[in-house]
Design a protein around this ligand. Structure first.
Ligand code: UDP
Ligand code: MG
Length: 320
């Protein structure tokens, strides 16, 4: 019996590249000499990607398609893929050919050497603006300063996971899935493989700055409680300062009397404290909202249609 490798591909409006992606990916998988399944997760595409995927599946018995009931976002699409993958090793790769499928050979070699998580680390972000690179760099600095697991910078979702790493990820019950953090959090031997990330072959990125900001918030609140503590320290510092200022005012009044100016200092203190309180409330709110969503334990996603790989179906029939 040969081993089975699974490839997970989240797809959201990628009709422009799906064809060439599939050709290249299949070539690579054929070269490995192992049995494989390629699982496409259609994350609520509206550009005909779904039809294209069924056409690809009709041609290739190794292709499985999971259609989500709407657009859930890449993190959840990948989770859906992990839930359905059956291989001994699972490869996660974007459909837009920014991650070179050929790197999978290197991933496999490291996996056979005993690594559970082998991930691509971008050494050159071609086709990305300076501001985007800078904000990304700072985000990782802040995130790693705040959180207790080291989340590698410049590592994307492009990676290979061993069966036990996949089982670990699938067993995590949380609704808020900051995958990059979770990959690091599960532990196991991990290895980074440097590679050059190509510009998108076609189509355009799904990440606006607003979406990136929300993604950053997700990362920080999922992996750090430090912002909650900041409120306490801010409170301690401001009340300390206020105490000293109060003493200073008292002494000044005792010695020189009270000339009743007061308005500027009063308004400054009021505005400052008001601001600090609002910020702290906001921080608590972010965590509270997430706690609320976790306690609802709502399903992570819904599947509109699951079309397993026909090669798999046949293999199962043969077993019965
Ligand atoms: N994607 C998805 N759901 C979404 C957005 C993106 O499944 O809501 C997929 C997309 O089809 C692609 C991958 O996630 O395969 C990465 O998306 P994108 O190229 O926009 O991200 P970037 O490469 O800019 O980080
Ligand atoms: Mg991309």
């Amino acid at each position: 019996m040969t081993e089975l490798l699974s490839v997970i591909v989240p797809v959201h409006n990628e009709s422009a590249v799906l064809g060439s992606f599939h050709t290249r990916m299949t070539e690579v998988m054929a070269e490995t000499g192992s049995a494989h399944e390629i699982i496409y997760i259609d994350d609520g595409s509206t550009d005909g990607s779904a039809e294209l995927l069924s056409a690809i599946r009709a041609e290739d018995p190794a292709v499985a398609v999971i259609e989500l009931s709407r657009n859930f976002g890449k993190e959840i699409a990948v989770s859906a893929g992990l839930d359905h993958a059956r291989g001994e090793a699972v490869i996660v790769i974007d459909a837009d050919l920014q991650d070179p499928p050929e790197l999978v050979h290197t991933f496999l070699r490291e996996w056979r050497d005993g690594y559970d998580v082998v991930y691509g680390k971008r050494i050159d972000r071609r086709g990305e603006t300076r501001t985007k690179k800078l904000t990304a760099r700072w985000f990782y600095r802040v995130l790693n300063f705040l959180s207790d697991v080291e989340i590698p910078e410049d590592a994307g979702d492009f990676r290979l996971l061993s069966r036990r790493a996949v089982d670990a990820l699938v067993s995590l019950p949380e609704r808020h899935r900051y995958m990059k953090g979770l990959y690091a959090w599960i532990g196991f031997p991990q290895k980074a493989i440097p590679y050059v990330r190509e510009p998108r072959e076609a189509g355009r990125t799904h990440w606006s700055y607003w979406r990136l900001w929300n993604f950053a918030l997700e990362g920080i609140t999922s992996f750090s409680n430090v912002p909650l503590k900041v409120a306490t320290y801010l409170g301690v510092v401001t009340s300390g300062l206020a105490l000293f200022y109060g003493l200073f005012l008292l002494v000044r009044t005792l010695i020189w009397g009270n000339p009743v100016p007061g308005y500027p200092s009063l308004i400054i203190v009021m505005l400052f404290l008001g601001g600090v309180q609002l910020i702290c409330l906001g921080v608590i709110g972010e965590y509270l909202a997430r706690t609320y969503q976790e306690t609802k334990s709502r399903a992570l996603y819904f599947v509109k249609g699951y079309h397993p790989a026909s090669s798999q179906v046949r293999a199962e029939d043969a077993q019965e």
